[in-house]
Design a protein around this ligand. Sequence first.
Ligand SMILES: Nc1ncnc2c1ncn2[C@@H]1O[C@H](COP(=O)(O)OP(=O)(O)OP(=O)(O)O)[C@@H](O)[C@H]1O
Ligand SMILES: [Mg+2]
Length: 244
Amino acid sequence: MSTAPASSAEALLRVEQVSAGYGLMPVLHGLSIEVRAAEIVALVGSNGAGKTTLLRVLSRLLPCTGTLRFNRQDLAAMTPDQAFGHGLVQVPEGRQLFDRMTVQDNLLMGAFRRHDKAAVARDLQRMYQLFPRLGERRRQLAGSMSGGEQQMCAMARALMAAPVLMMIDEMSLGLAPVIVDQLTEVLAEIRKNGVTVLLVEQDVQVALGAADRAYVIENGRVTLAGPARQLIDDPAVQQAYLGV
Ligand SMILES: Nc1ncnc2c1ncn2[C@@H]1O[C@H](COP(=O)(O)OP(=O)(O)OP(=O)(O)O)[C@@H](O)[C@H]1O
Ligand SMILES: [Mg+2]
């Protein structure tokens, strides 16, 4: 369903000078980021910085000005459905599962656009290997699962769409550290299979531990960017976000 990956010459996702907001209230002010194929990139920043707003822009749920390129195509010209069809898939803040459906049916909902039934069945088994807990609970109603299990289900549902770029909003929110570690390992695993990840996190420690590179967003602008390892040691990051 997805087109060929971007050449090394152009990033998979390029956001340039993007501004967006709600009604007359501006939130993003000429923000620019890049995500290269098979990278894990984190967006960090405090409450209200505009992280979720940027993901809404990328999913084409919110209009913007500026340049949006995805896989060498004009993302700004796409509808949400077209963006999804090109492999831009979001795990939304709050997970938003179908609570009254089973885990398995939630996962199959993720694959609703795919027609190759054998490939979908294979991917379903792969999800149960990636998340053994989901395999054990495949017949359980999604709404009755724990927070960590629900996040696994939301991530697996997104993966069932065969994403090129998976965007995750607040992966670790409200979850125990041991679960967050498991989810971080899953990110590394899916990247090995060629899925690119854009991770939005309020927990800077988690974000910088999981990502190759990160952007710090403040008031709708990028204020710092670089390799995650370098940002962990940055005094400004340590003081503002790591409580050092
Ligand atoms: N639907 C909306 N209508 C009006 N204003 C909104 C709407 N959604 C978000 N905002 C405002 O836009 C700004 C950025 O919000 P956004 O949700 O993007 O922040 P965030 O970085 O994701 O924060 P958090 O870490 O708390 O999730 C905030 O000031 C917020 O109040
Ligand atoms: Mg948010």
